[in-house]
Design a protein around this ligand. Structure first.
Ligand SMILES: Nc1ncnc2c1ncn2[C@@H]1O[C@H](COP(=O)(O)OP(=O)(O)O)[C@@H](O)[C@H]1O
Ligand SMILES: [Mg+2]
Length: 466
C-alpha cells in the first residue's frame, strides 16, 4: 500500500441509517466513475493527487466490532486513516471507551467523535482520552460538507504524519549508516596512522643506524691506523725500556766501584733529584695502564667495525639456531657464570637461513646485557625458542634490574648506554637491531623495573628472495 494514498475510513455507529448517509456523502455516485479514477490514479500518479482520490468506507455497528476491524486492517497492512465513532452505541461500549480501545490498537488513527447529546462533559472526555491532536468533535445533526471536509482533512493528516514518520526513519537510518561509515573510516585512519608511525620510527631507526654506521666506519678507519702503530710502537718501547733499565742497573753497579767520591756523590744527588727510585717503580705501572687503555680503544674500534659491518662479507647459510646459541654461550660463559644460572628451554624449531656469525653476535649481546643487568644477588637467564608461523623466535629473559620506561624507546639508539665508561659502548643493541632488520626479522623488548627484562628476536625461517 502506498501510505500517501490511504483514504480508508471506518464508521462505528449503531444506527444503520447513519451508515447510509455517510455512504452517500463520502462515496462517489457511480462505481464506474470510481473505477476510472482508480485507473487514472494508477496511471498518472502525480496528476490525480489534485483531484481527490475516492474514500473507502467500512462499517461497524458496535465498538467491539470496530476494534476487530481495526485489528484486522492492521494485520493486513492496510490500516484505516481515520474513524468516525458515535458516542452512544447501546448495548456495547460507548464512544469514549471504543476510542480508547481503538487507539490502544492503532495510535495513529485519526478520530472524529459524533454526538447529538452533550451528556458527558467534553472536558472529561478529552482528559480521559488524552487526545489533544487526534480527536475532533462532530455534533449532530451534521452537514454533508462538514463530514466530507473532516474526512479529507483527517485522511490527509494521517498521510502527512505517516510520511513524516517514514522520513524520520529514513533520516535516522541514513544517519546511522553515515555514523557507521565514519566510525569505520576513523578506525581505518587510526590503524593507518599507527602503522605509519611504526614504519616511520623504523625508518628513523634504520636511517640513524645507516648514518651512524657510516660515521662509525669512518671513525674506526681513522683510529685504526694510529692505534695500530701506537700499539706496535708500544711493544717496542716496552722492550727498549727493559733494556734501558738493565743498562742502568749495570751502570749503578759499576758506579759503586768508582774511586772518585765527588763523582759518586754527584751521581747520588742526581739520582735523588730525578726521583730515580720512584721512577723505576712507577714506570711498569704506567706502561701497564697505558697498555690497557690502548687495548680498550682497540676493542671499541672493533665494536665500531662490527657495528658498521665493514668486515661483513658474510655468507647466508641454513643453520641450527640452537647450535649458534650454544657456541655463543660457551664464549661468554666466564662472564655469565659468576652472576647467573643459564636455563635453556629450547623448542622444536627448523634450521634457519641466516648469517650465522651475525646472529651469534645478537645472542651474545643479549646474554651479556642480561648478565650485566644482574644485581648483587645471583639471578637467572632463560633462553627459550619456538616457532611463530613461518618464523622462529628466541627469547632471552633475565631476572635483572629491568629497564625504566623512559629508556625503553632509546635502547636501540647507537651509543645509548647506562653503563659506566669502559663497560658499555651503547652499540650492542643498535648493532643487533641492524642485524635482525637485515634478516627481515624483528626485535622486541618487555621489561619491569626490579623484576627483569625479556628480549624477543623473531627471524623468518627463509629469507625473502631479493
Ligand atoms: N637485559 C637488560 N636489562 C637491563 N637493561 C638493559 C638490558 N639490555 C640492555 N639494557 C640497557 O640498554 C642499554 C644499551 O644496551 P647496549 O646497546 O647493549 O649497550 P651497552 O650494553 O654497551 O650499554 C644498556 O646500557 C642498558 O641500560
Ligand atoms: Mg650491551
Amino acid at each position: 500500500m502506498n501510505p500517501t494514498q490511504n483514504r480508508r475510513i471506518l464508521l462505528v455507529d449503531d444506527m444503520p441509517t447513519i451508515h447510509e448517509d455517510f455512504r452517500k456523502i463520502l462515496l462517489p455516485p457511480s462505481a464506474a466513475k470510481s473505477a476510472l479514477d482508480a485507473a487514472k490514479a494508477a496511471l498518472f500518479d502525480d496528476e490525480v493527487k489534485s483531484v481527490e482520490a475516492p474514500f473507502e468506507l467500512d462499517s461497524a455497528y458496535q465498538g467491539e466490532e470496530g476494534l476487530a476491524k481495526v485489528q484486522a486492517s492492521l494485520a493486513a497492512g492496510r490500516p484505516y486513516a481515520m474513524a468516525f465513532v458515535d458516542m452512544r452505541m447501546p448495548p456495547g461500549w460507548d464512544g469514549v471507551e471504543t476510542i480508547e480501545h481503538l487507539w490502544r490498537a492503532d495510535p495513529q488513527l485519526q478520530v472524529v467523535i459524533c454526538t447529538a447529546y452533550s451528556d458527558t462533559s467534553w472536558e472529561e472526555v478529552l482528559t480521559r482520552l488524552d487526545a489533544r491532536d487526534r480527536l475532533l468533535i462532530l455534533k449532530k445533526p451534521f452537514d454533508n460538507i462538514e463530514v466530507r471536509q473532516l474526512a479529507s482533512a483527517l485522511t490527509a493528516k494521517w498521510q502527512a504524519t505517516r510520511q513524516a514518520d517514514l522520513q524520520i526513519d529514513q533520516l535516522e537510518a541514513a544517519v546511522a549508516e553515515r555514523t557507521a561509515k565514519l566510525v569505520g573510516a576513523n578506525e581505518a585512519l587510526q590503524a593507518e596512522i599507527a602503522e605509519r608511525k611504526h614504519r616511520e620510527s623504523q625508518l628513523v631507526q634504520s636511517e640513524k643506524l645507516a648514518s651512524i654506521g657510516q660515521l662509525a666506519a669512518g671513525v674506526a678507519h681513522e683510529i685504526n691506523n694510529p692505534i695500530g702503530f701506537v700499539c706496535s710502537n708500544f711493544g717496542a718501547l716496552q722492550g727498549y725500556l727493559d733494556n734501558l733499565f738493565a743498562l742502568l742497573d749495570a751502570y749503578e753497579r759499576a758506579a759503586a766501584q768508582l774511586n772518585s767520591p765527588e763523582t759518586a756523590s754527584g751521581l747520588a744527588r742526581l739520582r735523588k733529584d730525578l726521583q730515580f727510585d720512584f721512577l723505576k717503580e712507577d714506570v711498569p705501572g704506567l706502561m701497564r695502564e697505558s697498555k690497557e687503555g690502548i687495548e680498550r680503544v682497540r676493542a671499541i674500534v672493533q665494536d665500531l667495525r662490527d657495528f658498521s659491518q665493514v668486515d661483513s662479507a658474510q655468507a647466508w647459510q641454513t643453520v641450527s639456531l640452537h647450535a649458534g646459541i650454544d657456541s655463543t654461550l660457551n664464549i661468554v660463559a666466564s662472564e655469565v657464570r659468576a652472576v647467573a644460572d643459564v636455563v635453556k628451554a629450547y623448542g622444536q624449531i627448523p634450521e634457519i637461513e641466516c648469517q650465522a656469525s651475525q646472529i651469534n653476535q645478537v645472542v651474545m649481546n643479549l646474554v651479556v646485557n642480561a648478565a650485566h643487568a644482574m644485581g648483587p644477588q645471583r639471578g637467572s637467564i632463560t633462553l627459550t625458542t619456538g616457532t611463530e608461523g613461518d618464523s622462529v623466535w628466541l627469547e632471552v629473559a633475565d631476572t635483572g634490574s629491568g629497564i625504566p620506561p623512559e629508556n625503553l624507546s632509546r635502547l636501540f639508539d647507537p651509543f645509548f648506554t647506562t653503563k659506566p665508561v669502559g663497560k658499555g659502548t651503547g652499540l650492542g643493541l643498535s648493532l643487533s637491531y641492524g642485524i635482525v632488520q637485515k634478516h627481515h626479522g624483528r626485535i622486541e623488548v618487555e621489561s619491569r623495573v626490579g623484576e627483569g627484562t625479556t628480549f624477543r628476536v623473531v627471524l623468518p625461517v627463509r629469507q625473502p628472495k631479493p
